[in-house]
Design a protein around this ligand. Structure first.
Ligand SMILES: Nc1ncnc2c1ncn2[C@@H]1O[C@H](COP(=O)(O)OP(=O)(O)O)[C@@H](O)[C@H]1O
Ligand SMILES: O=C(CO)[C@@H](O)[C@H](O)COP(=O)(O)O
Length: 463
C-alpha cells in the first residue's frame, strides 16, 4: 500500500491528510493553527506544516505529497531565497486603491480578456503595485515572487535555488498576471504593477512531478479552491466553500471573462477552468456573531434554527472584513430592521446565517450570468459543519444542497493530486467518497430582496 499526503495551508490553519494512494482511505491526519492577521511571515506556515506533519505521524512512509494553499498571497524572495517581508494575504485590503488604479489604466474588459479576471485587492498583482508605491526598498530586494503553496512546495523540495520554484495553473490564475488560455505569464502586466521584472515559478502541468526529496515525490499543488474541487470530485456540480472566505465555483471548459469583476476566470487543477466568486466574509461572520451573543457555535446553530425563516425581518449585512464581491473594501457590517419585537438572540443568529448565505447566493447568480448552470450545490468548508447552515442554505440558494461527509476536502484534493502524480495516469484516481447528507427547502419569500436593500445601505469606513 503506497501512502500519499495532501496539505491544506489555508488562512486559519494547516491540515494534513495521509491517504492510501489506491483507494483514498484515510490513514492519518494532523493540523496546526496559523497566526491571525492579514500579513503573515511565511515561516509561520512552514512551522505550522511541521507541527501538522508531526501530528499526522510524519512523512517517512509517504511516497508523494502535494500542497494546496490559500490563493493570491504575495511572497517576495530575495536573490538568496530569503523572504523579503511578511506576505500580504488574499484578505488584506490595503491594495484596494492599487487595484482601482490598475483597472482604470487598462479598463475592466481588457483585464478580463487578458487574464480572465478584473483585479481586486485580493489579487497578487495589486499587492505588487502597493509594494511599488509604498516599499521601494522591498521592491529593490525582491528577486522572485511566488504564492503560499509555491513557497511551501519549494521548502519541501529542500531547494534554495529560485530556479526550482514551481506552481500550477490554478494558483497562477489568481495572480492577475497569468493567461490561462496560453498558460503563460503576462510579464508586461507584472512589470506594469511592480515596475521591474522578477523571477516567477515555473507553471507545471496538473500531474507533473515538480521535485523529489529523498524518495518523496512532490506534486505541483494547487490553489485551495481548485484543490477542494479535486477533493470533493465535483464533476459539473457547483461547489460552495464556507471557510474564512466564502466561495462559489464550478468546473468549466471555458475561461470566464467577466468585465463586471464579480466572477474570476480562474483555472482548475485538471487542465480546465474554475469560474469563481469569492467573498471575504463567511465562517468568521458566525464566529463573530457567536462572540457577540456570548454563545458557542453549536448554540448559535440551535438559536438560528429556533427562529422563523427570515429572522422576523432582521437582515445582517456581513461585510465584517470589508467585501470583495461586491468590491467594497471599506464596507462594514450592519444589522437592519431591528424592532422591539424581533430583537432576540435567535433572530440575530438566524440573520447572521442568512446574511452570510445571501452573499454567496449573489455569487451563484453571478455564475449563472456567466453561463454556469446551478441546479444543486455541494457545500464544504468549516462552516458547513453547522447544522443551521446546512438546513438554511437551500432556503437561501433556492436549490438542493449536498454536504459531503465532514472532511478536509482541500487537503484531500492535494492528496488525490499526489496519487495522480505517483500513478502517472492520464486522470486523477477515482476515490470512494463517504456518505453525503442532502438538504432541501423552499426559498424563503422576500428574504433575498430584503437583504439586497439592506446590503445596498452599508456604511463604508476607510481603515
Ligand atoms: N460547527 C461549526 N459551525 C460554524 N462554524 C464552524 C464550525 N466548525 C468550524 N467552523 C468555522 O470554520 C472556520 C474554519 O474553516 P476552514 O474551512 O478550515 O477555514 P480556512 O480554510 O479558511 O482556514 C472557522 O472560522 C471555524 O470557526
Ligand atoms: O481568495 C480566495 C479565492 O480567490 C480565497 O478562497 C483564498 O484562497 C482563501 O481561502 P480559505 O482559506 O478561506 O479557504
Amino acid at each position: 500500500m503506497a501512502l500519499v499526503a495532501g496539505v491544506d495551508s489555508s488562512t486559519q490553519s494547516c491540515k494534513v491528510v495521509l491517504r492510501d494512494a489506491g483507494t483514498g482511505r484515510l490513514v492519518r491526519s494532523g493540523r496546526a493553527s496559523h497566526p491571525d492577521g492579514t500579513e503573515v511571515h511565511p515561516s509561520a506556515w512552514w512551522d505550522a506544516l511541521q507541527v501538522a506533519l508531526e501530528d499526522a505521524g510524519g512523512l517517512a512512509d509517504v511516497s508523494a505529497i502535494s500542497v494546496g494553499g490559500q490563493q493570491h498571497g504575495m511572497v517576495c524572495l530575495d536573490e538568496s531565497g530569503e523572504v523579503v517581508r511578511p506576505a500580504l494575504l488574499w484578505n488584506d485590503t490595503r491594495s484596494a486603491k492599487a487595484a482601482a488604479d490598475l483597472v482604470l489604466e487598462l479598463g475592466a474588459q481588457a483585464w478580463a480578456d487578458a487574464v480572465g479576471s478584473v483585479p481586486v485587492a485580493s489579487f497578487t498583482i495589486t499587492k505588487l503595485r502597493w509594494l511599488a508605491e509604498h516599499e521601494p526598498d522591498s521592491v529593490a530586494r525582491t528577486a522572485a515572487v511566488c504564492l503560499p503553496h509555491d513557497w511551501l512546495s519549494w521548502k519541501l523540495s529542500g531547494s534554495t535555488d529560485l530556479a526550482d520554484l514551481a506552481t500550477d495553473r490554478s494558483d497562477a490564475s489568481g495572480t492577475g498576471y497569468f493567461d490561462g488560455h496560453t498558460n503563460t505569464y503576462r510579464t508586461d502586466l507584472l512589470v506594469r504593477a511592480l515596475g521591474k521584472e522578477v523571477r516567477l515559478p515555473r507553471v507545471a502541468g496538473p500531474a507533473e512531478r515538480i521535485g523529489q526529496h529523498g524518495s518523496l515525490l512532490l506534486g505541483p499543488g494547487a490553489g485551495d479552491n481548485a484543490a477542494g474541487a479535486l477533493g470533493v470530485q465535483t464533476g459539473d456540480d457547483v461547489l460552495v466553500s464556507l471557510g474564512t472566505s466564502g466561495v462559489a465555483c464550478a468546473r468549466s471548459s471555458v475561461q470566464a471573462a467577466d468585465p463586471s469583476g464579480l466572477v474570476a476566470g480562474f483555472s482548475d487543477a485538471t487542465g480546465a477552468f474554475l469560474p469563481l466568486v469569492c467573498t471575504l466574509n463567511a465562517a468568521r461572520v458566525l464566529d463573530a456573531t457567536a462572540r457577540l451573543l456570548g454563545v458557542s457555535l453549536a448554540d448559535l446553530s440551535a438559536l438560528a434554527l429556533s427562529a422563523e425563516a427570515g429572522a422576523a425581518g432582521l437582515s445582517l449585512v456581513p461585510y465584517l472584513e470589508g467585501e470583495r464581491t461586491p468590491n467594497l473594501p471599506d464596507a462594514t457590517g450592519a444589522l437592519h430592521g431591528l424592532t422591539l419585537s424581533n430583537a432576540t438572540q435567535a433572530n440575530v443568529a438566524r440573520a447572521a446565517v442568512e446574511g452570510m448565505l445571501c452573499g454567496l447566493a449573489a455569487g451563484l447568480d453571478a455564475l449563472v450570468a456567466q453561463g454556469v448552470s446551478v441546479s444543486a450545490v455541494r457545500l464544504i468548508g468549516g462552516a458547513a459543519q453547522s447544522e443551521a447552515v446546512r438546513r438554511i442554505a437551500p432556503t437561501v440558494f433556492g436549490v438542493p444542497v449536498t454536504v459531503p461527509e465532514p472532511g478536509e476536502y482541500v487537503a484531500d484534493g492535494a492528496a488525490r493530486q499526489a496519487a495522480w502524480v505517483l500513478a502517472g495516469s492520464d486522470e486523477a484516481p477515482a476515490w470512494e467518497l463517504g456518505e453525503a447528507a442532502h438538504f432541501e427547502g423552499a426559498a424563503t419569500p422576500g428574504l433575498r430582496a430584503r437583504y439586497a436593500v439592506a446590503a445596498g445601505k452599508h456604511l463604508s469606513v476607510p481603515r
